[in-house]
Design a protein around this ligand. Structure first.
Ligand SMILES: Nc1ncnc2c1ncn2[C@@H]1O[C@H](COP(=O)(O)OP(=O)(O)OP(=O)(O)O)[C@@H](O)[C@H]1O
Ligand SMILES: [Mg+2]
Length: 224
């Protein structure tokens, strides 16, 4: 499902460069649920964006759902993401003028989920994360934890094979976070989904099948 080899991504910063992410080798099998951990600034978000095809690495091989993303241009990577990947951004990235339901439906528009039942699916997902009575609220009319749950629904609405989540439960109380994680893991288990979830919470990480520490992926000579 995921195979990375000698991946590096740097940012130009003034006269110098910042190495944001380095992965010598990483494989994730289909149906695996992986917690991605590492200190702040170690490159977790950068890695998720490379896996989603938002960022292209400077070097290395990135295979995701059977495609070599490092060989594709931006438009092809965007199409690939729309068909196969659901991403929950660390900063949510909901569109402010639109309601919760519309934001989830926009996820369907850019993927394969646009169709007659997209609205039902979006409503059902929102209800499952406890937002059945907030369908027509705009992001500014929702709490931060509610916005985060809308972002999770948007990532799931296309029924993607690969679910990438950047601290998706960071703003949830323990009970709500537990319910959302139950839902995610049930969907993943029943649908054979692959999940990579960034988390700083050991209890959430413990519920995944495997924990990967970014610091251990760099390999020889690759310390950022
Ligand atoms: N656009 C950018 N330009 C320059 N440097 C960047 C840019 N984006 C990220 N970085 C640097 O790359 C490194 C990795 O950033 P990244 O956001 O992937 O970290 P992270 O592990 O997700 O951290 P956190 O746990 O705080 O979310 C950081 O040191 C950051 O300062
Ligand atoms: Mg991050």
């Amino acid at each position: 499902m995921i195979r990375l080899r000698d991946v590096r991504k740097s940012y130009r910063q003034g006269a110098g460069e910042v190495l944001a992410c380095a992965v010598h080798h990483l494989e994730v099998q289909q149906g695996e649920q992986v917690a991605l951990v590492g200190r702040s600034g170690s490159g977790k978000t950068t890695l998720l964006h490379i896996l989603a095809g938002i960022l292209r690495p400077d070097a290395g091989e990135v295979e995701v759902v059977g495609q070599r993303l490092d060989r594709l241009g931006e438009a092809a990577r965007d199409r690939h993401r729309g068909r196969h990947v659901g991403l929950v951004y660390q900063t949510f990235n909901l569109l402010q003028p639109f309601t919760a339901l519309e934001n989830v439906l926009l996820g369907a528009l850019f993927g394969r989920g646009a169709g007659g039942d997209a609205k039902h699916r979006a409503e059902a997902l929102l209800a499952q994360v406890g937002l059945g009575d907030r369908l027509h609220h705009r992001p500014s009319e929702l709490s931060v934890g509610q916005v985060q749950r809308v972002a999770i629904c948007r990532a799931l609405v296309n029924d993607p094979e690969l679910i990438l989540m950047d601290e998706p439960l960071g703003n949830q109380d323990r009970a709500t976070g537990g319910q959302v994680l139950d839902l995610l893991l049930r969907l993943a288990h029943d649908g054979g989904k692959t999940v990579v979830m960034v988390t700083h919470d050991p209890a959430s990480a413990a519920r995944m099948q495997r924990t990967v520490d970014l610091a251990t992926l760099r390999g020889p000579g690759g310390a950022p």
